[in-house]
Design a protein around this ligand. Structure first.
Ligand code: NAD
Length: 502
């Protein structure tokens, strides 16, 4: 308890300035309120008390931010990559120096447990370091020769980028987009999610204190249908890096069509973890539980469907239920908490509605299936068993600590079930049969697959989904392909015959 009380006191101290001044926009190096003077509240998911007033930006704020990003682009895009690298490494160091403040603020604003968020800043800093190191060579291309010509390709930053992020792990996700955009020589206007806007403000302040020139990273808070929409429609924005729900991605694509922007979409998921009876069951069960019950299950790559071979179904589901039962639900700043409160009452209502749907459609609630306490958005880790493929809990993204278990007979049925959703972000496969792993990974409809492992990220590897889970890849050099344009220059290698007309 003393740890928790001490952590709460430290979190309050870190957030005091937000309580006093609000969470302002940040445009061209200045902290500014919304032009309209309007604000909205960000709530604590622990007890629903307001944490701070947030600037409610709209079209005019977005316009100023884009103009600042366009102006800053003139110099930032021309700065040698080596110099951009040095600045971005300093940003990484500055993030590490304020890791506790970032983690505590993130916990209070999102409800994510400290045991996971304590790594948020470190992972954010790692994103900056990784992409910074690629900045010096980012514009390099190929020399493509034939007998007449030498074609030389190179890459140029595309222009100001809109980065639009969701509320689940905002700091880590924002750096995953912003760091490669800046390393490429692009400038950014960031619109964070309205449910958890605080650490975006910390990021832009930290970056500028570390030496990022003003206007290179700008922040406009506000509602999606207002500030977000204006940003996607602005002609000064050349590409949109969006992370969020699939139907928001559809809207953004339509909004941005008249100005022909480039898109990168990381969207929803209903990711299967498939366990065959030849697998290492201990490891598979731990990994499945980790992937759905960590980060409150509010995780795009969560293993939200547990597909288990029928011969081991009872044993696996019993073990998962035991683990889920033992998971501590509590205050996000309590070091022993695994599952904290869900982000917001609106989202909690959505998650709770699936308990009702599961019962109505005939699934069994093996454990959980209820709210914890009457304050805040706490929900018990849940396992549905005896589920069927066509149930809502087997098809729809719930985005909470809620797992749906379905039995399969053989490989063909496992594959059919795994692919039978609109999503295709990640898949986890547990088998000790190498040939089966080869066959299955050839056929699984997912952008990312892990064999005999939970999600372990490797920054040079591609990240992204297929079907309704996304468009495009980032990670490694894929990020630079998105934030840069490839251009080709052709030189004659000999004095060839130029066609003469007339
Ligand atoms: P959301 O789509 O509701 O909102 C995401 C962002 O889009 C917010 O900043 C919001 O204000 C903005 N937005 C909403 N409407 C907009 C519009 N019309 N124009 C422009 N911007 C608009 O998503 P959420 O509820 O914040 O986050 C949860 C979702 O994010 C889940 O579906 C989850 O799977 C997904 N997600 C995906 C990944 C991934 O890598 N694939 C990672 C994390 C989260």
């Amino acid at each position: 308890m003393s740890d928790l009380n001490d952590n709460i006191a430290r979190a309050q101290a870190y957030m005091q300035r937000f309580r006093e001044q609000g969470v302002l926009n940040h445009i061209n190096g200045e902290s500014v309120p919304a032009d309209s003077g309007k604000t909205f509240e960000t709530l604590s998911p622990v007890d629903l008390t307001p944490l701070a007033n947030v600037a409610k930006g709209g079209a005019s704020d977005v316009d100023r931010a884009v103009k600042a990003a366009q102006e800053a682009f003139k110099t930032w895009s021309k700065m040698p990559g080596k110099q951009r690298r040095e600045i971005l490494i300093k940003v990484a160091e500055a993030i590490e120096a304020r890791a506790e403040e970032i983690a505590f603020t993130e916990c209070m604003d999102t409800g994510q447990a400290l045991r996971f968020m304590s790594k948020a800043a470190i992972r954010g800093a790692a994103n900056f370091r990784f992409f910074a190191d690629k900045a010096p060579d980012a514009e390099d291309g190929l020399a493509l020769r034939n007998e007449n010509q030498m074609n030389v390709t190179s890459k140029r930053p595309i222009g100001p980028i809109a980065v639009i992020t969701p509320w689940n792990t905002p700091f880590m996700l924002s750096t995953w987009k912003i760091a490669p955009a800046l390393a490429s020589g692009c400038t950014v206007v960031h619109k964070p999610a309205e449910f958890s806007p605080m650490t975006a403000k910390l990021l832009v302040e930290i970056a500028e204190e570390a030496g990022l020139p003003k206007g290179v990273l700008n922040l406009v808070n506000g509602m999606g249908e207002d500030a977000g929409k204006a940003l996607t429609e602005h002609p000064g924005i050349k590409a949109i890096a969006f992370v969020g729900e699939s139907r928001t991605g559809q809207m953004i694509m339509a909004q941005a069509a008249p100005t022909l922007k480039r898109f990168h979409f990381e969207l929803g998921g209903k990711n299967p973890v498939i366990i065959f009876d030849d697998a290492d069951i201990d490891r598979a069960v731990d990994a499945a539980c980790f992937m759905i019950y960590s980060l409150n299950g509010e995780r795009c790559t969560s293993s939200s469907r547990l597909l288990v071979q029928d011969s081991i179904y009872d044993e696996v589901t019993r073990r998962v239920a035991d683990i889920a039962n033992n998971i501590q639900v509590g205050h996000p700043l309590d070091p022993s908490t695994v599952v904290g409160p869900l982000i917001h009452p609106e989202h909690e209502t959505k998650v709770l509605s699936y308990f009702e749907k599961a019962r109505e459609q005939g699934a069994t609630i093996a454990t959980g299936g209820e709210k914890v306490g009457s304050e805040g958005c706490f929900v018990r880790p849940t396992l549905f068993t005896q589920a069927k493929q066509d149930m809502a809990v087997a098809q729809e993204e719930i985005f909470g600590p809620v797992l749906t278990a379905i039995a399969f007979k053989d490989e063909a049925e496992a594959l059919h079930m795994a692919n039978d959703t609109e999503y295709g972000l990640a898949a986890y496969l547990w088998t000790n049969d190498l040939n089966r792993a080869m066959r299955m990974t050839d056929e699984l409809e997912a952008g990312m697959m892990w064999v005999n492992s939970e999600n372990v990220r490797h920054l040079p590897a591609p990240f992204g989904g297929v079907k309704s889970s996304g468009i495009g890849r980032d990670g490694g050099d894929w990020s630079f392909d998105f934030y840069m344009e490839t251009v080709n220059v052709s030189f004659p290698r000999k004095m060839h015959q130029v066609p003469a007309l007339g």
